[in-house]
Design a protein around this ligand. Structure first.
Ligand code: HEC
Length: 158
């Protein structure tokens, strides 16, 4: 009887381990699938991939109210992984990000990280450092634009 119980417990743990592994696999599969398609040749590392580009993004003037809105969204959705200094937490610190990256790149990335993580050489090397893929935070365009304004504030815009 004791042996029987032991085997059941062991079996239970094994099943947990196996299912937790396969869960990870299944969530990674869609992006791995995309990765298999050789789409890197038309990837623009300055703009990234998505709907934002130089012409549909207006960056004239700094908007403090928008930056404050961005700050409160990022406190709930981003601050667990990003500091506003240059120090890495889970992801890279945000200080200097508006100089490091073009605005369309940032907006395309934060509204839909997966396709860019699969294609962008710099994101791939960050992934090697951070070991975590930045998750899609389901930002609306407006949320994303506000967070970008907050990043401009971090980088000294007034
Ligand atoms: C679970 C942790 C996590 C959360 C939450 C998260 N990120 Fe990230 N972020 C990362 C990681 C990790 C990277 C590095 C790229 C990669 O490996 O995916 C990254 C990279 C970035 C970059 C590129 C930085 C650079 O210097 O190139 C930006 C911009 C960014 N994140 C913005 C955001 C925004 C905006 C939010 C909130 C809406 C957010 N992140 C939420 C983990 C996270």
């Amino acid at each position: 009887m004791k042996f029987f119980l032991k085997s059941i417990t062991l079996l239970f743990f094994l099943t947990c381990i196996i299912t937790s592994c396969s869960d990870k696999k299944s969530s990674a599969t869609p992006t791995m699938g995309e990765n298999a398609v050789p789409a890197t040749d038309d990837y623009d590392p300055n703009r990234g991939e998505g709907k934002f580009n130089e012409s549909n993004l207006s960056l004239d003037g700094f908007d403090m109210a928008m930056a404050e809105k961005g700050e409160s969204i990022s406190n709930t959705k981003c601050a667990s992984c990003h500091k506003i200094t240059d120090e890495r937490l889970v992801g890279p610190g945000w200080a200097g990000v508006t100089q490091r990256r073009q605005a369309p790149w940032v907006l395309n990335f934060i509204t839909n990280p997966d396709p860019m993580i699969d294609k962008d050489p710099e994101l791939q090397s960050q992934l090697e450092l951070c070991l975590v893929r930045m998750p899609n935070q389901n930002l609306s365009e407006d949320d994303a634009r506000s967070i970008y304004e907050y990043m401009r504030k971090i980088d000294g815009a007034k």
